[in-house]
Design a binder for this molecule. Structure first.
Ligand SMILES: [Zn+2]
Length: 94
């Protein structure tokens, strides 16, 4: 596995038919209380919103009233190591 593949964060979105999205996460926003500036620090993040290389935030792929939250995840809903990768790669709040 190359360094690039190891660094890639698979999109956690799963379609209704059970198929996993094949995109990778390239952007994230951490929501939480703000101290200085416009964004929450890592230790304050309550929830992440993710964008993937295939469908961005998957807007339009789900038509339920829950669709707004389909790419929002609490930190403990992310796969092990994903939160670390988001911050290591510097794609949070960029
Ligand atoms: Zn995706």
């Amino acid at each position: 596995m190359s360094d690039v593949e190891q660094a890639a964060i698979p999109c956690p979105f799963t379609y209704a038919n059970g198929r996993r999205c094949c995109g990778v996460i390239y952007r994230a926003i951490g929501y939480g209380p703000r101290r200085n500036g416009d964004f929450a620090f890592r230790e304050d993040v309550r929830k992440y919103r993710l964008w993937c290389s295939e469908k961005d935030d998957h807007e339009g792929s789900v038509s339920t009233r829950w669709s707004k939250e389909r790419m929002e995840f609490y930190p403990d809903e992310l796969a092990p190591g994903v939160e670390d990768k988001l911050w290591e790669r510097g794609i949070v709040n960029q």
